[in-house]
Unconditional design. Structure first.
Length: 546
């Protein structure tokens, strides 16, 4: 009888039993003069000692503004020096940081502020073509919990000056009262109900996940990690920031958002030893006409994650980009996020064609989605994970929490996977119809709910179709109302500014009906098959991934 698809990541290194800021202080005590944070695009640098000092000042400034333990502090900004400081300063006083996607527009901003009852919002003045200040002004009157908003460009220095009103002893008293199981972070993931859900994460969840990511990558005070992935997502703030600060490594921010040339320039100039990205980012770098101009010889390791990783891309990253110890990681926001990861010395085929093995102190099982029974090795089933990294639950949403986490505290991922005899995991599909476009999770139901608001649409179904560049693209099949003749261009223009750009369908198809089962259930897999054929996407559909 084959072994069951169950593994436990037993390890010799214990979990950290401390809060995030306690850990940062401990790192600063060991590596105070080493560089902690480089924001290349802002020309800002700080050592670990300087970073702790600035975080303390901002923490006291927040206290002076009335922010206390358990209060929700929203941050709506692209990757900046200040984002990192707010991440650690809010943790120092036990405030719960609410990450707001920089791509959000008015309806999503309003929902996230109200759902988590953000009382203090820190925001950039704007990002790219989006004016955050004007968008906030539009929704602020409909956000009763929001008592103050601070624009980084206008009020950062004033916030720091306000620290003078709160003695250091008061901050230390608050710090001493915190427990590592306290919630510290809310990250929104789109939901199948049509509304995003706030995954609530603790110090213990994300500090330890960051620590063991750093352990897997063999980080030390000599590593310099280039982080072009967004901080609002676990990839940036956990795999990036917390993996660094638990090991005395340097966080290097190349730009506010991903740019292939700036990322490659930063790797070269800052002599980075590690590089992160979703597959789309690595593809953009490898295929850029200036790729050969840059020196990648300092790179040793890194992480490709966030969406299915094409095997051929992974091979090129190892060879052409000279990153011999590149790894693939798998996880989800609800698990802080990483559950499995390749080791830097795994056999090549395992490192490029699987999502690795179970992380330390994590359990994984693969079960029959119908019965819940553990399946034999090599058999496809739903991936479930359990351990310190499973979120507390969805913020103010007990029903969704019960649907995701069972009575035995197993997190049901919705992903279909197999486990081989050695414990390596391969993701083969998804039970749910979530679309992953360039590392962004998109739930069709949320986009459908929004599109239903257009007067020309009678019915709509949203699917993911394969894309060589992004992994998947969004497609909408629209059944127009009687007499209406909408076009894809008109509908896309109507979406602009109301939902995040990455959620707006790239492809539109107008139909009289959808393929259905005899019981009336829409067959999205048939829609996808038809789209692949009609749009000539057979090559993208056949790409091998881990």
């Amino acid at each position: 009888m084959p072994d069951p698809s169950y593994v436990h990541g037993a390890g010799d290194v214990p979990l950290l039993g401390e809060t995030i800021f306690q850990d940062l202080r401990r790192t600063a005590a060991r590596f105070g003069d080493r560089e902690a944070l480089v924001a290349a695009h802002q020309d800002r640098r700080s050592t670990y000692r300087e970073l702790v000092d600035e975080c303390e000042v901002v923490a006291r400034g927040l206290m002076a503004r009335g922010v206390g333990k358990g209060d929700r502090v929203g941050i709506w900004s692209p990757n900046r020096y200040e984002w990192v400081v707010v991440q650690y300063a809010s943790a120092a006083i036990g405030a719960i940081l609410v990450n707001i996607n920089p791509a959000y527009r008015t309806s999503e901003l309003e929902y996230s502020i109200n759902q988590s009852e953000v009382s203090f919002l820190i925001l950039a003045a704007g990002f790219r073509q989006a004016n955050y200040k004007s968008m906030l002004a539009e929704v602020k009157g409909r956000c009763p919990s929001l008592r103050e908003a601070l624009v980084i460009e206008d009020g950062w220095e004033a916030l720091k000056r306000d620290a003078a009103r709160v003695p250091e002893a008061a901050l230390h008293e608050v710090e001493d009262s915190l427990q590592f199981d306290d919630p510290i972070n809310i990250q929104y993931t789109s939901g199948t109900t049509g509304f995003p859900k706030g995954a609530t994460l603790t110090h213990h969840n994300i500090l330890n996940n960051g620590f063991f990511i750093g352990e897997t990558l063999k980080y030390s005070e000599h590593d310099r990690v280039c982080i072009p992935v967004p901080f609002y997502h676990c990839f940036g703030m956990v795999l990036g920031n917390l993996a660094c600060t638990t090991h005395g490594s340097t966080m290097v921010i190349p730009a506010e958002a991903f740019d292939p040339v700036i990322t490659m320039e930063t790797v070269q100039k800052e002599r980075c030893t590690s590089l992160y990205g979703v597959p789309t980012m690595f593809i953009a770098e490898l295929e850029h006409p200036r790729f050969n101009e840059f020196d990648f010889s300092t790179l040793r390791t890194g992480i490709m994650a966030g969406s299915p990783c094409p095997v051929e891309v992974m091979k090129k990253v190892r060879t052409v980009m000279h990153i011999p110890e590149m790894t693939i990681a798998y996880g989800m926001t609800e698990t802080s996020p990483v559950s499995t990861q390749c080791a830097t010395d795994d056999p090549l085929e395992k490192r490029v064609a699987t999502v690795g093995r179970v992380h330390p102190h994590v359990e994984i099982k693969i079960v029959d989605p119908e019965s819940g029974a553990v399946v034999p090795r090599g058999t496809t089933g739903e991936m479930c994970s359990r351990g310190y990294m499973v979120m507390r639950g969805y913020w103010n949403n007990d029903e969704a929490t019960r649907q995701a986490i069972d009575a035995a505290r197993w997190m049901h991922t919705g992903d279909l996977a197999t486990m081989d005899a050695e414990g390596y995991v391969n993701i083969v599909g998804r039970i749910k119809d979530m679309i992953i476009r360039g590392g962004e999770n998109i739930y069709p139901r949320e986009v459908e709910e929004f599109l239903y608001g257009h007067p020309a649409i009678a019915d709509v179904q949203v699917i993911g179709i394969p894309s060589e560049r992004y992994g998947e693209e969004v497609m909408a099949w629209v059944k127009p109302r009687e007499g209406a003749r909408p076009t894809g261009e008109e509908l896309a223009a109507w979406c602009k500014g109301k939902i995040a750009t990455y959620k707006i369908p790239r492809h539109w198809k107008f139909v009289d009906s959808f393929p259905m089962t005899v019981t009336g259930k829409v067959q999205k897999f048939k829609m996808r098959e038809a789209a692949v054929e009609e749009l000539g996407l057979e090559k993208a559909a056949g790409m091998r991934t881990a």
